[in-house]
Design a protein around this ligand. Structure first.
Ligand SMILES: NC(=O)c1ccc[n+]([C@@H]2O[C@H](COP(=O)([O-])OP(=O)(O)OC[C@H]3O[C@@H](n4cnc5c(N)ncnc54)[C@H](O)[C@@H]3O)[C@@H](O)[C@H]2O)c1
Length: 352
């Protein structure tokens, strides 16, 4: 197939491009090489992959790179929690205006298959169970509670402690920060496009992706990279809250595998359909456990639990990825132990 990968120079995009081109598909990359993401320029493009530097918000460029394309794999986005609200226009511009420009150009050019890089951030606090009130959706955590070291979100009905669970794809979307809101909007735009144009789409909601080439410690970087960068400086990883935040850390090669499976499947889906899949390892770990695993594998200082917090962070978010396994035949191939052991020594993007 002829494939367009937007954001193909990024952390996930690089692995996706390698996976797709390595499977014999013709791949074209569109990436703006955002200076904040690529201060040292873009990565080496694999042999046989065409690279076009351009912005997904530029309709002329997007139309031209869609020539002859069968499936678009849309990874380009501005990522991370964001530093402050001044970032909001950039998030919405890259993620939502960019997606709208891409989708309208796809409709004009008759390109009817899309794989969208979604995110678990669309779920907000994920899934919780109260012993008395069953499944509940806690509200945003209050600053006063976080300041007092109360990190667990209480039951919204009785205030009692909740048991966190695995979030499924049909959970209510409940974004808790600007980036998350922009990822929800991408999905809604995709649904509107599919309905209006008869296109078909698969949305892959990645959980916490880690692996080689992860960007080093910018304010927008993921937690695994922040810890890994601290260790590389000879410092202890600083673990926020009490370290008990539950996450699903999924290796970037497994995310690339999910993209390949989705690209192969999407063209055969019904006209106008949009399917969403969680992409997680299914192996739940706390942020504290991840910091300890990395510190041990690196041979660096043990993590320090600081009690600090970031207001837009959620307490627990872990995936039920069984739908991806049953519908697309995807399997996670990299275990937490192996992946973290390797990640402790692998290069990060931006490291000299
Ligand atoms: N890394 C994670 O843990 C994670 C988790 C969930 C979802 N995602 C999603 O995966 C996708 C890839 O994320 P990543 O971690 O590789 O981020 P990244 O920042 O490493 O890569 C994003 C790439 O998109 C490019 N880009 C950004 N805006 C663009 C624009 N307007 N036009 C053209 N190119 C543009 C950047 O230059 C960069 O190369 C994103 O859609 C992100 O929301 C990532």
């Amino acid at each position: 197939m002829n494939l367009l990968v937007t954001g193909g120079a990024g952390f996930v995009g690089t692995a996706v491009v390698a996976g797709l081109s390595g499977s014999g598909h013709r791949v074209r990359v569109l990436d703006a090489l955002l200076p904040a993401v690529h201060p040292q320029g873009g990565p080496q493009t694999p042999d046989g992959v065409e690279f076009v530097r351009g912005d997904v918000r530029d309709a002329n460029v997007v139309e031209s790179v869609l020539d002859g394309v069968d499936v678009v794999c849309h990874q380009a986005a501005m990522v991370g929690l964001g530093v402050d609200l001044d970032d909001a226009p950039d998030y919405v511009g890259c993620n939502d205006l960019g997606t709208a420009v891409l989708l309208s150009a796809m409709a004009r050019k008759g390109v009817d298959a899309l794989v969208l890089a979604g995110s678990m951030v669309v779920y907000g606090e994920g899934r919780y169970r109260c012993a008395d009130h069953g499944d509940v959706a806690p509200g945003a955590r209050r600053r006063a509670d976080l300041d007092a070291g109360v990190f667990e979100p209480p039951c919204p009905v009785c205030g009692r402690r909740l048991e966190p669970g695995l979030v499924g794809e049909d959970a209510r979307l409940d974004p808790r920060n600007v980036y998350a809101a922009s990822k929800v909007a991408q999905e809604h735009l995709t649904t509107a496009w599919a309905r209006a144009s008869g296109g078909r789409a698969i949305v892959l909601r990645y959980h916490n992706v880690y692996g080689p080439g992860m960007p080093k410690d910018t304010p927008y970087a993921g937690v695994a990279s922040l810890f890994r960068s601290a260790l590389a400086r000879g410092e202890a990883p600083r673990v926020f809250e009490d370290g008990g935040q539950r996450r699903d850390f999924v290796h970037v090669d497994d995310v690339a595998g999910a993209n390949l499976a989705a690209v192969l499947a999407v063209g055969g889906r019904a006209e106008g359909s949009v399917e969403a899949y969680n992409v997680g390892s299914g192996d739940v770990h706390t942020v504290g456990e991840m910091a300890t695993a990395l510190a041990e594998a690196f041979g660096g200082p043990q993590p320090v639990v600081t009690g600090e917090y970031r207001l837009g962070d959620v307490r627990h978010i872990t995936a039920d990825s069984s739908r991806l396994r049953s519908a697309l035949g995807w399997r996670s191939g990299v275990s937490f132990a192996d992946g973290m052991r390797a990640f402790a020594k692998e290069p990060l993007r931006g490291e000299v």
